[in-house]
Design a protein around this ligand. Structure first.
Ligand code: HEM
Length: 88
C-alpha cells in the first residue's frame, strides 16, 4: 500500500508509468515534480522543499526508495502528497 491514497480509492485505478516517463517529471522539463518510493509515484509539485525537482542533493523524476535511508525523516513525509501512479 502507498503512504497515502489521496485521489484514488482502488489500486487498479492507478496509471502505470515507465522510468523514462517518470524522468520527465524531474522538475526541469515539465511543471510536474514526481518521485517514486516503494513502487508508487508521488506528486510533490506543491512542496517548497522540492523546488525545481531538487531536495537536499536528491533529484526528482526517479525512484528514491534506497535514498530514504540517508534522510533525517521517515516516509511519513509522503502523507501530504497524492499518489499519481505506480512505477513500471
Ligand atoms: C540527505 C537527504 C535528505 C535530507 C537532509 C532531507 C531533509 C528533509 C527535511 C529537513 C524535510 C522537512 C522536515 C520534515 O518533514 O521532516 C524534508 C521533507 C521531505 N523529504 Fe526529505 N530529506 C532527504 C532525503 C529525502 C529523500 C531521499 C526523499 C524521498 C525518498 C525525501 C522526501 C521528502 C518529502 C516528500 C518531504 C516533505 C516535503 C514537504 O512537506 O513539503 N527526502 N526532508
Amino acid at each position: 500500500m502507498p503512504i497515502s491514497m489521496n485521489g484514488f480509492s482502488l489500486q487498479e485505478e492507478l496509471p502505470t508509468y515507465s522510468k523514462s516517463q517518470l524522468a520527465l517529471r524531474n522538475g526541469q522539463d515539465r511543471p510536474e515534480i514526481w518521485i517514486a518510493y516503494r513502487g508508487y509515484i508521488y506528486d510533490v509539485s506543491k512542496s517548497r522543499l522540492w523546488l525545481r525537482g531538487m531536495h537536499y542533493e536528491h533529484w526528482a523524476g526517479q525512484d528514491l526508495t534506497e535514498e530514504l535511508i540517508d534522510a533525517p525523516h521517515t516516509d511519513d513525509v509522503f502523507l501530504r502528497f497524492d499518489v499519481v501512479g505506480t512505477l513500471q
